[in-house]
Write a new protein. Structure first.
Length: 500
């Protein structure tokens, strides 16, 4: 069986580690590869490669760095189908969704191509007599990224294009569940002209991650994954003096007001709850209809659409399915467990995806879409992240109750309101304690030139990913105040000049 190794100093290198993890095709349940779980020494080697490359890379002009990223963008576009196939075959999401993921990642590359403009710093003349002051935004050095399984292309691309454009070097630690895509991106970066050692990939688990969190040569750590691990990453890397942004889990609510266009809201909910089998940190997992009548009508329409949801392999001839399999067998069992828990807690299981038949998918990690009604905040299926195609309806009697259901939740990643009432929408945007808010937009993922991040236990650290925060995260400001005698002479001359 093929073993995926690492990418260090501009080349694919076999791992010397004895330890490996299996990689499956979730649609067939077949093991297709294994991935090395790198040792401490291998991880240290990757950091050394990045450290050595930093001196040269940080001094290359910003425009030359941007030009390499422009070429990388063109290469990713050329290989988008190949990358999407890799994603679909290891993650399970459907092909069009996998292509969409690559496109969203590319938007960050496009943003990063313009970083020379954002890294110009600030300048003030004559802040004192003959004194000028200016701030420069310097790169940090070696940065590390640790990414989750659910976006094997996009999440790494939230991180490294900005870090590299700002003049840093990078060590990426992808998810061990779908590790092929970041390695392919490393090859494309080299083809685009990136010097060796500037971008490295280390495959592995906690052992490799712990080296990145503690080695003194790593200046900054970007993490995206579940909340318990995000919290650990934030605490450990911060204790070792690093700058950290650690994005965690989510439970996203969509409020449906009585005046909302219900057909539009239901279409939006179907994509937001069941797209990518619910394995999205911005998936809507709780619908909050306001008023009993809204709830009844919403439920009726959801049931009709849910019965038409097509579930099947992500890579098929002809039109895509709506939803592919879950990523692993363990994850499938976890999602099934949550459905059992919800029943035990007294929620009404309106549609049970465990019994959806998926012809040809018997060995894959498939599950149909599930719908619970009458879910209340005390239930575990409401308080915990399921990360599967399970939508809960939590009925609210009023707008205020809907807002408090969301604000009392421990997560605050994304949320949305569907309404025709501008006042309600405005109040919602102002009062809601969530980082990303949609008004008649179900998955309000900010574009690359804005920043992405949640509130509360969905984010540890002050700075969000990409956009202006991304540039702030990957640069360090230095402010220079300088006085030159010429300025003083000029001032003196000015005062001693004879007046006419
Ligand atoms: P995960 O936390 O299990 O793993 C994420 C990364 O951390 C992987 O690279 C993994 O190898 C590493 N890791 C796992 N356990 C570790 C440990 N004990 N010590 C050190 N490193 C460890 O997450 P996942 O299951 O891959 O991804 C799904 C989660 O990611 C969900 O909770 C989802 O909400 C979250 N997510 C959040 C966002 C966001 O923007 N907030 C985006 C995507 C995914």
């Amino acid at each position: 069986m093929r073993t995926l190794g690492n990418y260090v100093n501009g080349q694919n290198v076999d791992s010397t580690s004895e330890s490996t993890a299996p990689v499956y095709n979730p649609a067939t349940g077949e093991q297709t590869l294994q991935v090395a779980l790198s040792s401490v020494e291998e991880t240290l080697n990757a950091i050394s490669a990045a450290e050595q490359a930093f001196a040269g890379w940080s001094k290359i002009t910003p425009l030359k760095r941007a030009r390499i990223l422009f070429k990388f963008k063109a290469l990713v576009e050329e290989h988008v189908d190949e990358l999407a196939r890799l994603i679909a075959s290891e993650h399970g999401k459907v092909f069009s969704d996998a292509k969409g993921e690559v496109t969203r990642g590319l938007e960050v590359v496009e943003f990063a191509c313009g970083i020379p403009h954002l890294q110009k710093g600030e300048h003030s003349m004559n802040v004192g007599t003959g004194v000028d002051s200016y701030s420069m935004m310097q790169p940090l050095g070696v940065c590390a990224g640790i990414s989750p399984f659910n976006f094997p292309a996009m999440v790494p691309m939230w991180m490294f294009p900005i870090a590299l454009a700002c003049g840093n070097t990078f060590v990426m630690k992808p998810s061990e569940k779908d590790p092929s895509t970041p390695l392919r991106l490393a090859e494309l970066l080299k083809e685009a002209g990136l010097p060796d050692g500037v971008f490295n990939v280390v495959n592995g688990d906690k052992e490799a991650v712990d080296v990145l969190l503690t080695d003194e040569r790593v200046e900054a750590v970007s993490f995206v994954g579940s909340t318990p691990i995000a919290e650990y990453i934030y605490a450990t890397a911060s204790a070792h003096g690093k700058r950290v942004q650690a994005l965690g889990g989510a439970k996203n609510h969509m409020v449906i007001m009585p005046d909302a266009d219900l057909d539009q809201a239901v279409d939006a909910l179907m994509g937001a709850a069941y797209g990518s089998a619910g394995e999205r940190c911005m998936a809507i997992s709780v619908a909050v209809p306001v008023g009993e009548e809204t709830a009844e009508r919403l439920r009726e329409k959801l049931v009709i659409q849910l019965n038409q949801l097509s579930v099947g392999p992500g890579l098929v001839e002809g039109p895509d399915n709506d939803m592919g399999p879950l990523v692993t067998c363990e994850h499938l069992e976890k999602v099934k467990d949550y459905i059992r828990i919800g029943e035990e807690e007294g929620a009404e299981l309106v549609i049970d995806g465990r019994y959806t038949s998926i012809p040809g998918g018997e060995d894959g990690y498939f599950i149909g879409g599930s719908l619970f009604d009458r879910v209340t905040p005390g239930m575990r299926i409401h308080s915990e992240e399921i990360f599967g195609p399970v939508l809960c309806i939590a009925r609210a009697a009023s707008f205020d109750e809907a807002v408090s259901i969301i604000n009392e939740h421990e997560y605050g990643n994304g949320t949305a309101i569907f309404t025709r009432d501008g006042d309600a929408a405005r109040q919602f945007c102002e009062q809601i304690q969530v980082g990303m808010v949609g008004v008649n937009v179900p998955i309000p993922v900010p574009m690359a030139f804005h920043s992405f991040g949640g509130w509360k236990r969905s984010l540890f650290g002050p700075l969000h990913m990409h956009g202006p925060d991304g540039v702030r995260f990957y640069t360090r400001m230095k402010t220079i105040t300088q006085r030159w005698p010429g300025g003083i002479r000029e001032e003196t001359n000015h005062f001693t000049m004879p007046t006419h």
